[in-house]
Design a protein around this ligand. Structure first.
Ligand code: NAI
Ligand code: MG
Length: 356
């Protein structure tokens, strides 16, 4: 029987609570299918690990992870551990080390999901954000000169290589072509007169290879406004690391909130494992109470099924989530309900069982 080896990194706070539910869903699908199974190996890394061992992950952590088929991550972050340490020493180390240069974030308004926009139907919010995930403004390149002195200077450089820019844009064109949808590029060529002029140029060059894909281009500030005023004009969207980070949180807010937002970090060549995660953090304010919303983590499990080529199951998971929302009786407090994390997970399993 085919076996998918998954490294789970539940992490801190609500991470373990929501990952547990995602695993439940994946196991249910494998059981119903009968031709494959999942084998989960848990790694106890994260900030709580850091407070005990002084490192976010083991020294040879990347070596340990590299032969898995995928990584399933909860969230990292813990009061007392600086966020730049938790981000750089675990999350970014994995994203960069495994060349997960594509970050995919679906911004899809499911039926009955809370949407703060007036007069907006579910069909109006259906974007697929493809965010550059390996360089750009998050390359970690820069300097800190004359620290603490009067003439102190900090530099944070944006790094846009031809290879890095071309491959993300090409990936987006391939996706748009496959889905038969339009592709929008979001940049800022007027103010960022090197990086974003280059981005726009590469977008233009690559677009010539895809005459069948209809394109649009927006400046990032205008795009932020239009995502609120006229979200339906965005279908597949490609953008840089920083812009994508910000705009996808905006997208999460209009597509049901943080409890429903998932993201996949993909190494398209499949040379290294890809990583699937809810985009929310460790939520220390509600951790340990069994009230975290597991739907974002479950949505990222659906992305994992897509990645493994079982798009039908990926779709089933989304349909089951949607049924939970429509039913409305078993929801966590962030969605106006009183159910526990575990009850919501089990309700998704119930609806899945009817479909599988
Ligand atoms: P957060 O996403 O953890 O929480 C923001 C707010 O949303 C909180 O009020 C929280 O209770 C709520 N919330 C988040 N997820 C929820 C869920 N599944 N169900 C119900 N409510 C939920 O962001 P915050 O507070 O800025 O960061 C907390 C810690 O998490 C920090 O240490 C931060 O660095 C880390 N973090 C980690 C991320 C990751 O591992 N990918 C991403 C974002 C933050
Ligand atoms: Mg973010």
């Amino acid at each position: 029987m085919k076996k998918f080896k998954i490294a789970s990194i539940p992490g801190d706070g609500i991470g373990p609570e929501v990952i547990r539910e995602g695993i439940k869903i994946l196991n249910k699908i494998a059981e119903a299918d009968g031709t494959f199974q999942f084998e989960f190996t848990e790694f106890p890394w994260g900030c709580e690990y850091y407070t005990k061992h002084g490192v976010m992950m083991d020294e040879d952590g990347m070596e340990k992870l590299k032969d898995y088929d995928a990584i399933y991550l909860g969230a990292v972050g813990y009061p007392g551990v600086p966020d730049h340490i938790s981000l750089w020493d675990l999350l970014l180390r994995i994203r960069k080390g495994f060349d997960q240069y594509v970050n995919i974030r679906p911004i899809t308004l499911l039926e009955a999901a809370p949407c703060p926009l007036k007069d907006t139907n579910r069909e109006d919010v259906n974007m697929l954000f493809i965010r550059e995930n390996s360089e750009g403004e998050y390359a970690g390149a820069g300097d800190w000169l004359f620290k603490g002195k009067e003439n102190e200077v900090v530099l944070q450089n944006g790094v846009f290589s031809r290879k890095g820019t071309e491959r993300i844009i090409r990936y987006a064109f391939e996706t748009a072509r496959k889905e038969g949808r339009t592709l929008t590029s979001i940049s800022k060529g007027n103010a960022l007169n090197y990086s974003m002029v280059f981005w726009d140029q590469v977008f233009e060059e690559v677009s010539r290879e895809y005459p069948d894909v209809k394109t649009a281009s927006y400046l990032v500030d205008a795009a932020a406004m239009l995502m609120i005023k006229d979200p339906k004009r965005f279908e597949v969207v490609v953008t840089s690391n920083l812009f994508g980070d910000i705009l996808t949180d905006l997208g999460a807010a209009i597509a049901g909130g943080i409890g429903l937002a998932a993201g996949a970090n993909i190494n398209p060549e499949r040379e290294y494992p890809s990583m699937f995660e809810p985009i929310h953090g460790s939520a220390p304010d509600i951790a340990g109470q069994n009230i975290a919303n597991p739907l974002a983590a479950i949505w990222s499990a659906s992305q994992m099924m897509d990645f493994f080529g079982y798009e039908n199951y990926g779709k089933n998971i989304l349909q089951a989530i949607e049924k939970v929302l429509i039913d409305g009786n078993v929801l966590t407090t962030d969605m106006g309900g009183t159910a526990t994390t575990e009850q919501v997970g089990s309700q998704v399993v119930n609806y899945l069982e009817e479909m599988l």
